[in-house]
Ligand binder design. Structure first.
Ligand code: ZN
Ligand code: ZN
Ligand code: ZN
Length: 387
């Protein structure tokens, strides 16, 4: 490796070439926590952020390098030291010298929050329910990793995790990130209520009092008059406990990173990224990048094409027919996705006279009252009896 770097920005360009490759390889081979051995291990569909094998979300997999990815993200959130008071770095130093809680703290925070005492930190950590704290057990560590990925989506913070942004989109994402760091991002502070504190503390979420010896979370951006129980420090939208006490403040509310982003931007239903392009598609009550309104099965673009939605996912007609098309009870051929169909209970017919007619006497039953027996259509009890 060259020891002296040219001052013309070449080094930066080289980095940009490397990072998207890493983002594509993200979590490769991680087992699926939902599917178990049925999934051979995460094979990321880069822009959909789902596994190509099992179709579960990225964060449904037991991804081990999430901590590393989010270390960079959290640094990026607080990069200008605007979100955190100066005293934090000092306290972090103190805490690292405390061997009795050091490992617990390291397991649960990428960035150690401000805390009134080491005792308060210990109380805070024991207040996190089992299965949700990384220092408790494996399930807790998995829960935390999933919350990191879900509440602080990598693609909301770093263009390397986005699908091929234009220069204009990159610029918008940067503006959005700057504003978020400047006006919204913060990390809760852990404070123990002691006898010396004369004011009443009321949790802003559940309205219950906090008593001497309780720990509360305070948020700089919100102001000193509000505090929360640790388990009540939740996103106003998704009601999940804010991972690593990282919150985003807007219009009097606190949000996780994902839902803060959605207050001012729409999210693409296909790639999960915030949309920074001027134009986008609205379909099926959702928003989509133009290039991402694609068949869920073959990725063919569907803009201006006929498509069929199934379980909120669009499919091109060809894939839909191949995967889900109904078979006509009469002629046993597939009914095209855009073809006229008659359905009754679990049975389907082409809506043509040749198919939807009395099985016995062949009378046309389109628009008529019919008798249904054993997936067959009859015009009268007499015809039904003959079968
Ligand atoms: Zn949320
Ligand atoms: Zn998209
Ligand atoms: Zn038919």
């Amino acid at each position: 490796m060259a020891a002296v770097l040219p001052a013309d920005g070449r080094e930066i360009i080289r980095q940009n070439e490397i990072r998207p490759y890493l983002a594509h390889e993200r979590g490769a081979g991680s087992p699926c926590l939902k599917c178990g051995p049925k999934c051979e291990g995460l094979d990321l569909h880069f822009w959909r952020k789902i596994c190509k094998i099992c179709h579960c979300k990225y964060e449904d997999h037991d991804v081990k390098n999430e901590e590393e990815i989010h270390h960079n993200i959290v640094q990026n959130i607080f990069r200008k030291d605007r979100g955190l008071p100066e005293s934090v770095s000092k306290l972090t130093g103190d805490l690292k010298q405390e061997p009795d809680i050091g490992e617990d703290v390291k397991a649960n925070f990428i960035q150690v929050p401000q805390v009134s005492s080491t005792a308060a930190m210990a109380k805070y950590l024991s207040s996190i329910p089992k299965g949700k704290a990384a220092h408790h057990d494996e399930a807790g560590a998995q829960y935390r990793a999933k919350q990191l990925a879900n509440q602080l989506p990598a693609h909301d913070f770093d263009e390397a995790f986005c699908d091929d942004l234009t220069d204009a989109e990159k610029e918008k994402l940067q503006e959005f990130s700057d504003l978020r760091a400047e006006e919204a991002a913060g990390q809760g502070e852990i404070v123990e209520k002691t006898a010396k504190i004369a004011t009443d503390w009321l949790c802003d979420h559940c309205n219950e009092s906090l008593y001497n010896g309780d720990v509360a979370i305070f948020a700089d951006r919100v102001g000193k008059e509000k505090c929360w129980h640790p388990q009540c420090f939740v996103c106003d939208t998704c009601k999940e406990v804010l991972v690593d006490l990282i919150y985003f403040f807007k219009d009097g509310g606190i949000f996780c990173g994902r839902h803060y982003g959605e207050l001012t931007r729409v999210r693409c239903a296909a790639c999960d990224e915030l949309i920074f392009s001027k134009e986008y598609t609205q379909a099926e009550d959702k928003s989509w990048h133009l290039k991402h309104f694609c068949c869920y099965n073959c990725d063919a673009e569907l803009g201006g094409q006929k498509y069929v939605a199934r379980e909120e996912k669009p499919y091109c007609l060809k894939c839909y027919e191949g995967l889900f098309a109904k078979v006509c009870e009469a002629c046993k051929d597939k009914i095209p996705a855009d073809g006229k169909r008659i359905s009754y209970k679990d049975a389907h017919w082409h809506a043509v006279e040749a198919c939807f007619s009395c099985v016995t006497c062949k009378r046309n039953m389109l628009g008529e009252q019919f008798i249904y027996k054993d997936n067959q259509v009859f015009c009268s009890p007499q015809c039904a009896k003959k079968r």
